[in-house]
Write a protein that binds this ligand. Structure first.
Ligand code: GLC
Length: 453
């Protein structure tokens, strides 16, 4: 039975409220999933990246306390000591997730920096999302006082130091291991994946707004230096459209020195140029998934592209082209459930080698070409920002016909996204919050400054 729109929203809100996590009597976050029918695994924790969707929605609804509490408790979990020669989480990291543990009648918080996660992946995106959320809170409250507190200034500074100071890299982008973001499994995204670069760019901008300059002159100078380099690097070298593909197709390789045109020594044969030649619309384009030595990952990753539009990392023309591509390739990228996390899926030998035969990431499933409803709020935000509101509307229409009936699954499988994810949880919090948030952003574009600059 199809619910009417009001009932649907009511049910979504009820489900979201059930997922709220309390600590010492106060709401501090939301559980990844509130699904009593299956074993919780680690879904009974509050994930930083997952909470962003709920948090933005709470800010819009003026429920700001939970967001403030979240920012405060997660800040306390951030390691503050400089660690030499240990395998502990680095100073400045924000955990992937945390949970409330009861010990002898006392509640305390236990953070996970990947130690308990599958494959011990590093949650690089957490500290970047945390900064974006802090800024959203400041925008919502129109009050900088939380960010100006000394503990918050220190927290921001430590994140910046972690990202900016010592590293083994020559690029302005951020070098990370595989699985350092929403895609937290082996998926061939180590190096300089788009998702991390976009969040890094937005986090740099947020930190620039929130840091008090006095005492932080070195960091501010480093941010001012890095931002334009990062922006140009991404806009020039990650960009893929038919013109760029033509250039790459005719690239010479093995060029040395400053005059090299093919700066990263990309071999044209490494790209599926025949498929791209067919797939790329005349006007559309997108940012590729990764760039490194002799590597340009031409997969389309939604989070990175949409957040690039939202944060202005993509130029105005590029943002329009990204939305044109989504419109022209709607069947591939949105299909029957907004929206594909990555496209196309890795198949056959490539799937086996790149994912290590991951049974969860089989072709057209989960991270490997699955559809994730949480991405809908970013699609809607990007469509409002680029004045392509119809795309956002269409996406919501498609999703609302199914999500509640399917019990708010974490993800969908299949080329068109018509199968409920093989191992998807139901009542996944960011699916619910992402849907409600998408509706709010569509109805009231004045909320966009929470995430736009
Ligand atoms: C999965 C997702 C990750 C998410 C977590 C909790 O591991 O890949 O992005 O944060 O589930 O929902």
């Amino acid at each position: 039975m199809q619910l009417d729109k009001k009932d649907l929203e009511k049910q979504a809100w009820e489900a979201l409220e059930k997922s709220i996590l309390h600590y010492k009597g106060n709401p501090v976050g939301t559980l990844a999933a509130y699904d009593v029918s299956v074993e919780a695994l680690n879904y009974d924790q509050c994930f930083v990246r997952d909470f962003v969707s709920s948090a933005l929605l709470f800010l819009i609804k003026d429920k700001t306390d939970i967001v403030r509490n979240f920012l405060e408790v997660t800040l306390k979990l951030q390691p503050k000591e400089r660690q030499l020669d240990t395998c502990k989480p680095g100073r400045g990291l924000i955990p992937a997730s945390f949970k409330v543990v009861l010990d002898q009648g006392q509640e305390y918080l236990e953070a996970d920096f990947g130690e308990h996660a599958i494959a011990r992946v590093t949650p690089v995106d957490s500290c970047l999302w945390w900064l974006l959320l802090l800024r959203a809170y400041i925008v919502a409250k129109k009050d900088f006082s939380l960010a100006y507190q000394p503990e918050f200034q220190e927290g921001i500074r430590l994140i910046m130091e972690l990202c900016l100071v010592t590293r083994f890299d020559m690029y302005p982008t951020l070098l990370v291991p595989d699985g350092a973001c929403m895609i937290d499994r082996r998926m061939g995204i180590s190096g300089h994946p788009l998702e991390i670069q976009v969040l890094f760019y937005a986090a740099l901008r947020a930190a620039r707004e929130l840091l008090i300059c006095r005492g932080n002159e070195d960091i501010v100078e480093a941010i001012d230096h890095r931002l334009p380099l990062l922006c140009t690097h991404i806009r020039q070298h990650y960009w893929i459209d038919i013109h760029r593909l033509n250039t790459i197709y005719r690239f010479k390789s093995e060029e040395y020195g400053k005059d090299a045109v093919n700066l990263f020594n990309i071999y044209a044969n490494s790209l599926p140029y025949d498929q791209l030649d067919k797939w790329l619309p005349k006007k559309g384009g997108y940012l590729g998934g990764n760039l490194g030595p002799s590597q340009l990952d031409s997969r389309f990753f939604s989070l990175g592209n949409l957040m690039a539009v939202i944060s202005d990392l993509a130029s105005v023309e590029q943002s329009q082209a990204i939305m044109t591509l989504i419109e022209e390739r709607w069947e591939d990228l949105v299909g029957d459930m907004p929206m594909k996390i990555s496209f196309p899926a890795l198949e056959n030998e490539e799937y086996r080698i790149v994912t290590g035969c991951d049974p969860k990431n089989i072709p057209w499933s989960y991270h490997n070409g699955g559809s994730w409803p949480v991405l809908m709020w970013m699609l809607v935000a990007a469509s409002v920002k680029t004045k392509k509101i119809d795309l956002g509307k269409r996406a919501i229409e498609i999703a609302q016909a199914r999500l509640c009936e399917d019990k708010w699954p974490e993800y969908y499988d299949g080329k068109k996204g018509r199968l409920i994810g093989k191992q998807a949880r139901t009542y996944q919090t960011w699916t619910i919050a992402g849907f409600l948030l998408a509706k709010e952003l569509l109805q009231n574009p004045s909320h966009l400054p929470l995430i736009c600059f």
